[in-house]
Design a protein around this ligand. Structure first.
Ligand code: ADE
Ligand code: ZN
Length: 352
């Protein structure tokens, strides 16, 4: 079965779920292509005349079983081949932002995989403009955000550099660069020149590391790429010196619990290292990664953790404050987001 957000947290009362989903948060680890839901795959395939190797919704839904990152990426890249026009990316962004808003997200920093589209003949600027259209519309609803151009680490480094140069005149419309896709065998050091150029262009830098890859990839993302946040980073726990550094330097980890379970990084939610990371004083945040594939949006992930660990409201508040601190929002916007969290804390206290 394809994951359904409505059934993500069967063990919580409707009131508790609604309260968790109303917590104002910043989502910092979200691949827009990972929000493509099965019905939209078929709708866009038909509209754009793209043939897909799935016979029906049921057939596609039956393929949402993954045993590692690569088994997911195979389906992820296959499905996104239906995205072709600026309008497609606007529609994709709008649907995600609607769902995220319903789950408390008030600021979002969105990854997009430009190369996965340009290799199919889609213009990088159509991707960018469609997503910007969606973000601008969402501002009316009180969500702010920006875009992270994420390089595919299992494709040629020169292609990443060319993609960055092709958007170098649009840096005002970009927040950061990132590094994603198959991790093991594609260490950060490969992308040193690309990240150096991104720094020259004034962009923030983040990197996936320590999802399936070893702790050394986290060190290298920090030291060689200048990453300001680490996406995932859960394997950092294998290296006490690294944990010490992450804590001392307040390096944020954008952790994705449902993703880690679905991709077999951890065996089940109750074994998830988020509690340990928080106990160790790490600036950990909770995010959804690819919600259409992994069973829920940010609020669902939080609710899952509440079910698995019995997290208290104080821990939820801490996670929300961490997400604000770890974001690239302006100081003024951070103050607004913290005021929304204050309000949530007061309203929760009033219902006790
Ligand atoms: N692209 C989309 N989701 C990803 C993940 N969890 N890890 C690496 N690359 C990705
Ligand atoms: Zn990711």
């Amino acid at each position: 079965m394809a994951p359904s957000a409505d059934h993500a947290n069967p063990g919580l009362s409707a009131e508790r779920l609604a309260r968790i989903r109303s917590l104002p948060t910043a989502e910092l680890h979200l691949h827009i292509e990972g929000t493509l839901e099965p019905d939209m795959v078929f709708e866009l395939a038909e509209r754009n005349g793209v043939s897909v190797p799935f016979e029906s919704l049921e057939d596609l839904s039956s393929r949402y079983r993954f045993h590692d990152l690569q088994s997911f990426l195979n389906l992820y890249y296959e499905c996104m081949s239906v995205l072709r026009t600026r309008d497609d990316f606007r529609a994709l962004g709008e649907r995600y932002l609607q769902r995220a808003h319903e789950q408390g997200v008030r600021h979002v920093e969105i990854f997009f995989d430009a190369q996965a589209h340009t290799v199919r003949g889609v213009e990088a600027e159509d991707v960018l403009d469609g997503l910007l259209d969606a973000l601008r519309a969402a501002e009316q609803k009180g969500i702010t955000g920006g875009l992270i151009l994420s390089f595919l680490r299992d494709r040629p480094v020169q292609e990443a550099m060319d993609t960055l140069e092709s958007l170098a005149h649009r840096t005002d419309d970009l927040l950061a660069v990132g590094l994603d896709s198959a991790e093991v065998g594609y260490p950060p050091e490969l992308f040193v020149p690309v990240f150096a150029r991104a720094k020259e262009l004034g962009l923030h830098r983040v990197s996936h590391a320590g999802e399936e890859g070893p702790p050394s990839y986290v060190w290298d993302a920090l030291d060689l790429l200048g990453a300001e946040r680490i996406d995932h980073g859960v394997r950092a726990l294998e290296d006490p010196e690294l944990i010490d550094r992450l804590r001392r330097e307040r390096v944020p980890l954008t952790v994705c619990p449902f993703s880690n379970v679905r991709l077999a990084v951890v065996s089940d939610l109750a074994q998830h290292p988020i509690a340990e990371l928080l106990d160790q004083g790490i600036l950990a945040t909770v995010n959804s990664d690819d919600p259409a594939y992994f069973g829920g949006h940010l609020g669902d992930n939080l609710a899952g953790l509440v079910e698995a660990f019995g997290l208290h409201d104080e821990t939820l508040e801490r996670l929300a404050r961490n997400s604000v601190e770890a974001s690239f929002a302006s100081e003024r916007r951070k103050a607004e987001l913290n005021a929304l969290i204050d309000h949530w804390v007061e309203s929760v206290a009033a219902t006790r």
